[in-house]
Design a protein around this ligand. Structure first.
Ligand code: PLP
Length: 449
């Protein structure tokens, strides 16, 4: 990338003039001006190129600027840019068919949205109307989106400022052995106790009042906690027993991230509703959706579904999804994610953890890994306190800065860094990024005690 700092400065000044950014104190941010991106890399105007180990917000599963997806968007733009959701259009039908073909079980009807939060909103609405019940259970340590119900369902601090509208949302603890809420000593205990806790929560809330349980199949932003064997099957059984709709949120875990089309495939579990977004088209055009079981779809056969969006099933978004799913199949991209995870990333991270006192735990699968950074491996005290900011968060900020100066763009959340490159990442790129990560972890090690 050729440097043009003046152009970068102009881009930043224009941003600061009028762009209002997500999740930020507007006066305290310093957005990096981006000149371009390709595959696993993006670059700025100062000649710095970054290997993207974050996949942006864990969405560029197919990498940046995949030529087949770019071409599909261009072709669709020349043919039909937009059409209202009420019409039948080839590219929307094909996107729905390809998603339905990949989702587990009988999740064969697809309601398209513009992203993940809207998918969650609509899944909850469907569950409430289908059951005639109001409450929804979700997990602490989760993220489900930033709209009204989705943020209330979220089990992280982003919920707190918007909590007042959380009527009907109840949080419970999911399984997470490393920081067990159940004093469990092994995965089997953690699984049994987490299921018993969920059953007790249901009993005390009143099973007949609960419309749905929503879980990320593998919780993402909250720390990539792969559920123990039997947990999701246990939740499925509890839902069946009490007539509760089981919603799996695969917005982050879906479309190759875990080395399978859907994370649910690893656990042999079929939910009643499955939400997706991000990897369905790598975010080239905003798109999400809900995959709906035959039984829930039938609820709305004769009765209108009271929900819709001007851009539901937008042609440009659907064209990019069709091209993405086809390219992922043709180029064995899901298989690549599984292989790189098993043979390169997983082993390297375990080896890194053994050498760095700040790495408390390594967990994940596919191209979906977390390092839990700690002050001390024995006590497991997090490297920074929960929801730390400012000076209290300095160890993580220093670690992130060390990554960036080594040419690696990291994903950082609280006391964790996640290794979430594109599903297309090559062995050489993965090794390059892991070497930079290894180097940057010395900045975290300096804060161990
Ligand atoms: N659900 C999960 C599991 C997510 O990870 C996210 C976003 O990170 C969302 C929902 C919200 O998606 P969006 O930001 O597209 O609204």
């Amino acid at each position: 990338a050729s440097a043009d700092p003046a152009a970068g400065a102009a881009v930043k000044a224009a941003d600061r003039a009028h762009v209002f950014h997500s999740w930020s104190a507007q006066g305290l941010i310093d957005p990096l001006p981006i000149a371009g991106a390709e595959g696993s890399y993006f670059w700025d105007y100062d000649g710095n190129r970054y290997l993207d180990f974050s996949s942006q917000l864990v969405n560029t599963n197919i990498g940046h600027q995949h030529p087949k997806v770019v071409a599909a968007i261009q072709e669709q733009a020349a043919k039909l840019c937009t059409i209202a959701p009420g019409f039948a259009v080839d590219v929307r039908s094909e996107a729905a068919r390809l998603v339905a073909e990949r989702t587990p079980g009988d999740l064969d009807k697809i309601f398209f949205t513009n992203g993940g939060a809207e998918a969650v909103e609509n899944a909850v609405r469907m569950a409430r109307l289908h059951t005639g019940r109001a409450k929804v259970l979700s997990a602490y340590r989760s993220y489900h989106g930033a709209t009204a119900t989705a943020i209330n369902l979220t089990g992280d601090p982003r919920r707190w400022p918007s909590d007042t509208a959380s009527a009907g949302v109840i949080h419970f603890w999911g399984p997470f052995l490393y920081r067990s809420a159940f004093h469990a000593e092994n995965e089997q205990q953690e699984c049994e106790r987490a299921l018993a806790h969920l059953e007790q929560t249901i009993a005390f809330e009143g099973p007949q009042s609960i419309a749905a349980i929503i879980l990320e199949t593998v919780p993402g932003t909250a720390g990539i906690m792969v559920p123990p064997a039997g947990y999701l099957a246990g939740v499925r059984e509890i839902c069946d027993r009490f007539g509760i709709v089981f919603i799996l949120d695969e917005v982050m875990a879906g479309f190759g991230r875990t080395g399978a089309w859907f994370a649910a495939d690893h656990f042999g579990v079929t939910p009643d509703l499955l939400t997706f977004a991000k990897g369905v088209n790598s975010g080239y055009v905003p798109l999400g959706g809900v995959a709906i079981s035959a039984e829930i779809a039938a609820t709305f056969d004769q009765r209108p579904y009271p929900g819709g969006l001007t851009y539901s099933g937008h042609p440009l978004a659907c064209a990019s999804a069709v091209a993405t799913m086809n390219a992922m199949a043709e180029e064995r991209i899901v298989e690549n994610a599984a292989e790189i995870g098993e043979t390169v990333i997983g082993p390297a991270l375990h080896e890194i953890a053994a050498r760095h006192p700040s790495v408390g735990e390594v967990r994940g699968m596919g191209v979906f890994w977390a390092l839990d950074l700690v002050k001390n491996k024995e006590t497991r005290e997090p490297l920074v306190p929960y929801n730390a900011s400012g000076a209290a968060n300095a160890p993580m900020a220093e670690f992130a800065a060390a990554c960036k100066s080594g040419g690696l763009w990291p994903f950082v959340n609280m006391n964790r860094t996640h290794v979430v490159p594109a599903c297309t990442v090559t062995e050489a790129e993965a090794k390059e990024g892991l070497a930079a990560l290894d180097q940057a972890l010395t900045a975290a090690d300096a804060h161990t005690v």
